[in-house]
Each structure stands twice: as structure tokens, then as C-alpha cells.
Design a protein around this ligand. Structure first.
Ligand code: ADP
Ligand code: MG
Length: 276
């Protein structure tokens, strides 16, 4: 009997998991209804201030759109939230207890922040369901070998995610055969397998047909509520169709915040961005 087999005989799965990965962060504490706090964040690259005293608060269950001209700092902001870039100063908290600036990228992902990059990175040679299954294992390779076979709960989860992303009729298809939009949805599905509480999505509508954009807006809207979603997007029609609160970034700071109508009629926003 291996050590792992012995552990399985008397420990629950979550107990084994905690045993194997001891640095589990504190539980997400949402007692104040805020899932993300960025306070006074500054980042310079070779003396250029990419992020300049950035303050951003995202509520639990909120769907927030971030817009702003090229170079405004949108991607850098996501890099800070996910631990890819360390700010020079400021603070970043996930709920009340989790200090993101003390964690590395895998720890932040494990704590419940998922990020979707612009280019889909699905496993093209594998079926849609296999992609979701692989995503469930994630980086937890030990975990995957502990559960070589999927249990019923995991199968249900895959079915549920297939429905959410609207690919239930494509589950056996090779991911490589999907349209660009469907690949984007599959990648969102892969993130959902990890059950993140905060989802960051960079330019989801880029390269999509109008129909795919409508479907994506619906999908992101449906994800909010049980989780929070931050969407960075250039396409104004898309942002309008999502209809959440909009934050305008400019030169690394928040220039304006409000409904799409409010920010579109804001004179400063028109000058730096929409009036272009
Ligand atoms: P956005 O996503 O809003 O277009 P970015 O966050 O990508 O803006 O970039 C903000 C600014 O910071 C840009 O001027 C960009 O050139 C600069 N920048 C971003 N990342 C780096 C880096 N790793 N090194 C140097 N400059 C960078
Ligand atoms: Mg960017």
C-alpha cells in the first residue's frame, strides 16, 4: 500500500488535499460585500508610471467593465490582481483577509481568482469534455492521480459547465474544430471548473461575430451574481450590452465610474477616449 492509498483509507478528499498542499490561504471573507480592494496602487516600468494611485473596489457578485485607451493600464491592473506584476506600493485584498501582495500566481489562482487571456489556450487535439476534465485537475497533479476516475459529482460539474457555456451538443467534438467564439466559451468553462469567485476576462469580444458577442454578453452576465466578473473590453456596443457598472481607466488611474450612459456623457471621458 502506498502512502497515498493509506491516506485515502482514512481521510476525506479535502483533508488529503490540505495535507498535501499545506499553504491553503484563509477562506474568502465577504462580510463587507466587497470581493476586491485595490488601494493606492503604483507601478512604474523604467520610470514610466503605468499605474498611478489606482483605487478600485469590486462588489461581491458584480459584473464590472473596464474601458480606457490603449496603454491606460488595464492589462497591468489584471497582472497585479493575479500576481504576475508586483506593485511598487499600495495594497490589494481579496475579500477581507487575503492579501494578494503576499501571494504568487498559483496561490492566487488557488484562492479563487481565474483569468482568461485574450487568446484562447484550449487543448485543440482533445474533445471539449476532456478539456474541462483537464482543467478540473489544474495544477494539482497529485490530486489528479488520486482520482484517476471521475466521480459522479465531477461528471455532474462537467455537464453543468457544458450547459453554462452552451457547448452541450459539442462535448465530444475536438476543441480544434470549434469556432473562435466557441473556443473562448470553452476556455471560460475551463476556468469555471476551478470554481473561481472572481473571474478576470481580457477583451472577450475581440474577433467575434455579432451573434457570438451577444451570446458572450449573456454568458458573462449569467456568471455574475454567484461570482464576480471583471471584463476589459474595447468594443463599446459590447460593453453597453453587458450593462454593468463601467470604470474608465486613463494613465493608470480611474478617470470615471458609473453606468455606460454616465461615463459616455462625462466630458473628461469624451476628451481622452470616446471622442477620438
Ligand atoms: P492597456 O492594457 O490599458 O492597453 P497596459 O497595462 O498594457 O495598458 O500598459 C500600460 C502601460 O505600461 C503602457 O504604456 C505599456 O507600454 C507599459 N507597460 C506595460 N507592461 C510593461 C512592461 N512589462 N515593461 C514596460 N512597460 C510596460
Ligand atoms: Mg491591454
Amino acid at each position: 500500500m502506498t502512502v497515498l492509498e493509506a491516506m485515502r483509507s482514512y481521510m476525506r478528499r479535502d483533508q488529503i488535499f490540505e495535507f498535501l498542499i499545506p499553504d491553503i490561504p484563509p477562506d474568502l471573507d465577504l462580510t463587507h460585500g466587497v470581493i476586491l480592494y485595490l488601494d493606492g496602487i503604483n507601478v512604474s516600468f523604467d520610470g514610466f508610471k503605468a499605474i498611478n494611485d489606482l483605487n478600485l473596489y469590486i462588489e461581491d457578485g458584480e459584473l464590472r467593465c473596464i474601458i480606457g485607451p490603449n496603454g491606460a493600464g488595464k492589462t497591468t491592473m489584471m497582472d497585479i490582481i493575479t500576481g504576475k506584476t508586483r506593485p511598487d506600493s499600495g495594497s490589494a485584498w481579496f475579500g477581507q483577509q487575503i492579501n494578494l501582495l503576499e501571494m504568487d500566481e498559483p496561490e492566487i489562482a488557488a484562492a479563487g481568482i481565474g483569468r482568461k487571456f485574450q487568446k484562447p489556450t484550449v487543448f485543440e487535439q482533445h474533445a471539449v469534455t476532456d478539456n474541462l476534465e483537464l482543467a478540473m485537475a489544474g495544477d494539482k497533479r497529485v490530486w489528479a492521480t488520486l482520482n484517476a476516475r471521475l466521480n459522479g459529482e465531477q461528471r455532474d460539474r462537467i455537464e453543468e459547465v457544458l450547459q453554462i457555456i452552451g457547448l452541450e451538443n459539442h462535448s465530444k467534438n475536438q476543441a480544434g474544430s470549434l469556432s473562435h467564439g466557441q473556443k473562448q466559451w470553452l476556455e471560460i468553462g475551463m476556468l469555471l471548473m476551478q470554481n473561481p469567485k472572481l473571474l478576470l476576462v481580457d477583451e472577450p469580444a475581440a474577433g467575434m461575430t455579432h451573434q457570438e458577442m451577444d451570446r458572450t454578453a449573456e454568458l458573462l452576465t449569467s456568471l455574475a451574481g454567484t461570482r464576480s466578473v471583471i471584463v476589459v473590453e474595447h468594443d463599446m456596443d459590447f460593453v453597453r450590452s453587458i450593462a454593468g457598472k463601467v470604470t474608465v481607466l486613463h494613465q493608470g488611474s480611474v478617470l470615471a465610474e458609473g453606468s455606460m450612459d454616465e461615463v459616455q456623457n462625462d466630458q473628461r471621458v469624451i476628451e481622452v477616449y470616446l471622442g477620438e
